[in-house]
Design a protein around this ligand. Structure first.
Ligand code: PEP
Ligand code: CO
Length: 470
């Protein structure tokens, strides 16, 4: 079939174009008040070179296909919301290092290669529970648009800052490019090479107090990995380079569809359309309506796509989503990221997993133990408990094990810094110390130590059987 624009379409693409989402209802969309400025920003974005390439995207799809069969494990993580101000070398390096160190613990424990996917280089748009925010300013109630992330408006509570500004899409894109450029240069320069223990070394985290037994356990893991690599090299193992090369992929919530569709292109010598702002875009829990704009946009792109599923997701709806987003039932194409909340895993997850399996739909299941476990302290601070996060992971593993399905990865909000945003963990962050270093503008993140602790816990959990096909 050929459209009026001369675009070849397969039957399942019928009616799809990078902009066909505009005819659907888009949840969580802000209203820009200057359409000419929007058109200018979108044109500018569309003319800039892409951030990622189609062959990287296809490569990630093949890695996801392995992960959904239990041959690899996906570690996805990073900030809840990146900010333009945090596009700084220290912050980026710290995030890469914690993901690297966690992946090292997982590789060693699971004896499976780990695929690292950052919530970075574009995680600038945030869904909110309310379109507006009301605060008392100088004794008066003031209502302004909510802060939707640096891609849309600014966090300060003033009318100028909260006004959605289309030029921020271009600035966000530029900052994503700078972030990715730095990450690519670090990796090219051997940052993540196991031959360079100085990069893997815990001493980098001078400000993070790690319990001595954790430090020892980590050092044991990194030593044994380095020895294994040396041993393979001594044997002349040809695959050693492949095994030790570390890759990072990018992901973000595809919330602002103007931003995504502006960089959605065909590429030479390949079929299909690619969202070239990121390797793996995902649809959030609040924007996954089957007939909504986000599902419409995502069904037409070739990237692997994620969908967040919360405790209210209906099993039949999940199957429909799988059909809509992956009509060809291709491996590695669709990722369901479950975020139930610790109290709902056992009641809500088995139905979803069972329905998708019974319908024969191919899905990579990833556990996000963060977004269902938000709590607010008595003084109004948003936090999450380490114990609830760990327990959701345990329960999610148990559900997959009982169903004979594969838990192929995890999704965390974390930072390599020594923040105090989530309570609990071995360092004993309590409610009283949350204000010591609470830096997130959105959801609370695991700090360096809590992240590494979870990696050890997961490695033990999955080694004991969870996560592989029964
Ligand atoms: C997020 O990942 O930051 C988020 C908002 O998640 P969810 O859509 O699962 O609520
Ligand atoms: Co979040």
């Amino acid at each position: 079939m050929t459209t009026q624009h001369g675009i070849q379409q397969s039957p399942s693409d019928a009616g799809w174009t990078p902009e066909s989402w505009k005819a659907r209802l888009a949840a969580q969309q802000v209203r820009y008040d200057d359409p000419i400025a929007v058109a200018r920003a979108v044109d500018k974005l569309g003319a800039l070179p892409p951030l990622v390439t189609s062959w990287e995207i296809e490569h990630l799809r093949s890695l996801f296909a392995d992960a959904q069969e239990g041959r690899r494990f996906v570690l996805q993580g990073g900030d809840c919301a990146e900010t333009l101000a945090d596009c700084r070398p220290e912050q980026i390096t710290a995030k890469l290092k914690i993901l690297l160190q966690m992946s090292l613990v997982l590789v060693q424990g699971l004896r499976r290669p780990v695929v690292r996917v950052g919530r970075f280089a574009g995680q600038y748009a945030k869904p909110r529970s309310s379109m507006t925010e009301t605060r008392t300013v100088d004794g008066r109630e003031v209502t302004l648009p909510s802060y939707f992330g640096d891609l849309v408006n600014q966090a300060d509570f003033t009318p100028e800052a909260r006004r959605p500004d289309p030029h921020l899409m271009v600035r966000g894109y530029q900052h994503a490019a700078m972030t990715l450029n730095f990450i690519r240069s670090l990796l090219d320069g051997g940052f993540a090479d196991v031959h360079h223990p100085e990069y893997w070394d815990l001493s980098f985290f001078g400000n993070a107090s790690l319990a001595p037994e954790r430090r020892e356990a980590y050092e044991r893991v990194s030593r044994s990995l380095a020895e294994a690599v040396e041993f393979m090299e001594a044997l002349g193992e040809a695959r050693v380079h492949e095994l030790t090369r570390v890759e990072f992929f990018t992901s973000h919530e595809a919330l602002n569809l103007l931003y995504e569709s502006a960089q959605t292109r065909r590429v030479p010598r390949r079929e299909g359309w690619y969202d070239l702002t990121t390797h793996m875009p995902w649809i959030g829990e609040r924007t996954r309506a089957l007939d909504g704009a986000h599902v419409e946009y995502m069904r037409g792109i070739a990237n692997p796509v994620g969908v967040k599923l919360g405790p209210k997701a209906d099993p039949a709806e999940a199957v429909e989503l799988a059909r809509a987003l992956n009509p060809g039932n291709e491996p590695g194409k669709l990722v369901f990221i479950t975020r139930m909340g610790v109290g709902n895993v056992e009641s809500a997850l088995p139905g979803l997993v069972g329905a998708v399996a019974a319908a024969g739909r191919k899905v990579l299941w990833i556990a996000d133990p963060m977004h269902g476990n938000g709590i607010v302290t008595r003084d109004g601070t948003k936090t999450r408990s380490f114990d609830a996060i760990a327990e959701e992971l345990r329960k999610t593993c148990a559900v997959h094990q009982a169903a004979g399905t594969v838990l192929g990865g995890v999704h965390f909000e974390l930072t390599g810094e020594d923040v105090t945003e989530c309570v609990g963990g071995a360092a004993g962050v309590t409610e009283a110390c949350l204000s010591r270093n609470y830096a997130s503008l959105c959801d609370p993140r695991l700090n360096y130590q809590q992240s590494l602790e979870l990696a050890f816990m997961l490695a033990a959990l999955l080694r004991d059987g969870g996560g592989r096909r029964a």
